[in-house]
Design a protein around this ligand. Structure first.
Ligand SMILES: Cc1cc2nc3c(=O)[nH]c(=O)nc-3n(C[C@H](O)[C@H](O)[C@H](O)COP(=O)(O)OP(=O)(O)OC[C@H]3O[C@@H](n4cnc5c(N)ncnc54)[C@H](O)[C@@H]3O)c2cc1C
Length: 357
C-alpha cells in the first residue's frame, strides 16, 4: 500500500537529520530519501563547535543564540535515540605565536569585549603535548564536540526501524506526480549538500563547492584532552587518537584525498608538537559555501511546495539545529525567515534562470 506523508526530505546529512527531528517532535509525517554517498560533508565532519571567529576574535554569526538552542536540542535528540549523549563540552585553545597576535589578544581581553567568549589570560602547553615552541594559549569558552558520525548512524537506524528511510537517489521527475518510490508526499525539502548542483529547481543559487580534508592519527607520546588550533585543529577523540583538520580548498584534482593535503596537515601538526604520530585515516568531503556566507533556506520562488535547507558552510553542527526549527516554523506557521538566510535574497537570479529556459 502507498504511504502518504506531509514531507519528503531529500538527504540525511546533518541538515536532513535535524529537519526530520523537528518534524518528528511536532508529530508531522515525513519520509527521508538518501542515496548513502560515502564522502559527504556530514560523514567526514570533525564535529568541532567553536563559536568564535579566531582571526578577528569575535563571536561568529548568532553564536550565543545557536549555542543556547543546541543544549536542549541535542539532549532531546539523544533521548529519542535511546538516551545517548552526542554533544560534549570541550576545552579549546588557540596557539599564539607572533607578537602581533599576542598583542591583539591582550588588547581584546583587557577591553572586556570578549568576556564570556575567551578566558582573560593565557596559559601554556604542557610537557605532555611536547610543544614545538613556547606558545601562549588563548582559551575559547563554550566549545563543544558533536559526535556526528554516531549521531547520523543512530538516526539512520531509527529511520529504518520506523520505515521512514528510502535508500535511493531522489528523481526530480517524481515532483510532477508527487509520488516517489511508494511514498506520496505534499512537500519536499531538499537537504542535499553539494547535491544541489544537480537540482534543477535550486541550482541557480550562488553556491561554490569547497573541498575539505582531515587526518585521523594516533600518538603514543602526545597527550592532551584539550582541542588545539594553530593553522589546523588537533581534536582529541580518546584512546590516543586525534583528528587533524580541516583544509579548505577551492581547487582540487578529484574527489579523493590528495597527497598535497596530507603533507599540509602533517606539516601543520609538526608546527605544534614534536610528538610522533601514525596516520590511521585520511578523508575528504565537500561543503557547499555561499557567496555571502549565510545559509540557503526557504521556498522556491514559483514552486511553493519545494523548499531548500542548505549552505551550512563550515559550522553546520552549531547553526543547523535552530535553522531547521526556523524553516519548519516558516512552513507550518508562516513565521518569516530572517532575510539574511531566506533564499528570496537571490530572487533576481531565479528570474534570470527562468528567462534563459
Ligand atoms: C572536511 C570537513 C570538515 C568539517 N568539519 C566540521 C566541524 O568540525 N564542525 C562543523 O560544524 N562543521 C564541519 N564541517 C561542515 C559540515 O560538515 C557541514 O556544515 C554539514 O555537514 C552540511 O550538512 P548537509 O546535510 O547540508 O550536507 P551533506 O552532509 O552533504 O548531506 C547531504 C546528503 O544528501 C544526500 N543526497 C544528495 N542528493 C541526493 C539525492 N538526489 N537523492 C538522495 N540523497 C541525496 C547525500 O548523500 C548526503 O547524505 C566540515 C566539512 C568538511 C568537508
Amino acid at each position: 500500500m502507498r504511504k502518504k506523508v506531509e514531507y519528503l526530505i531529500v538527504g540525511q546529512g546533518l541538515a536532513g537529520t535535524f529537519l526530520a527531528f523537528q518534524l518528528l517532535s511536532r508529530n508531522i509525517s515525513f519520509a527521508v530519501v538518501d542515496n548513502s554517498r560515502p564522502n559527504t560533508a556530514s560523514k567526514v565532519a570533525a564535529g568541532l563547535i567553536n563559536p568564535v571567529a579566531l582571526r578577528r576574535l569575535i563571536p561568529s554569526w548568532r553564536a550565543q543564540e545557536f549555542l543556547n538552542y543546541n543544549i536542549d536540542f541535542y539532549t532531546q535528540l539523544g533521548a529519542v535515540l535511546g538516551g545517548k549523549k552526542y554533544h560534549h563540552k570541550i576545552a579549546f585553545k588557540k596557539l599564539i605565536e607572533s607578537k602581533d597576535e599576542r598583542l591583539f589578544w591582550e588588547k581584546k581581553m583587557a577591553s572586556g569585549e570578549v568576556d564570556g567568549w575567551v578566558e582573560p589570560s593565557f596559559s601554556i602547553m604542557t610537557k605532555s603535548m611536547r610543544p614545538k615552541k613556547d606558545f601562549k594559549l588563548g582559551a575559547v569558552k563554550q566549545c563543544y564536540w558533536l559526535n556526528v558520525k554516531q549521531l547520523l548512524e543512530d538516526f539512520c537506524v531509527f529511520l529504518k526501524a520506523n520505515g521512514l528511510l528510502l535508500d535511493e537517489k531522489f528523481e526530480y521527475a517524481s515532483i510532477d506526480e508527487k509520488v516517489f518510490s511508494d511514498v506520496k508526499f505534499k512537500k519536499v525539502v531538499f537537504c542535499e549538500g553539494i547535491g544541489i548542483k544537480n537540482n534543477p529547481y535550486f541550482n541557480y543559487l550562488p553556491y561554490r563547492i569547497n573541498k575539505g580534508e582531515l587526518l585521523t592519527v594516533t600518538s603514543m607520546n602526545y597527550r592532551s584532552e584539550c582541542a588545539m588550533k594553530k593553522k589546523m585543529f588537533v581534536l582529541p577523540l580518546g584512546n590516543n587518537r586525534y583528528k587533524i583538520g580541516a583544509t579548505y580548498a577551492w581547487e582540487w584534482e578529484d574527489e579523493k584525498p590528495e597527497e598535497k593535503s596530507k603533507s599540509l596537515l602533517k606539516d601543520s601538526l609538526k608546527e605544534i608538537t614534536q610528538a610522533e604520530f601514525d596516520i590511521e585515516n585520511h578523508e575528504a568531503g565537500f561543503r557547499p559555501a555561499v557567496k555571502d556566507r549565510r545559509p540557503l533556506i526557504g521556498a522556491h520562488p514559483e514552486h511553493k511546495d519545494l523548499f531548500l535547507f542548505n549552505g551550512m558552510g563550515s559550522r553546520g553542527c552549531l547553526i543547523a539545529p535552530k535553522l531547521a526549527k526556523e524553516l519548519v516554523d516558516h512552513i507550518e506557521n508562516r513565521t518569516p525567515l530572517t532575510p539574511e538566510t531566506d533564499i528570496r535574497r537571490y530572487e533576481k537570479l531565479s528570474k534570470i534562470q527562468s528567462l534563459k529556459q
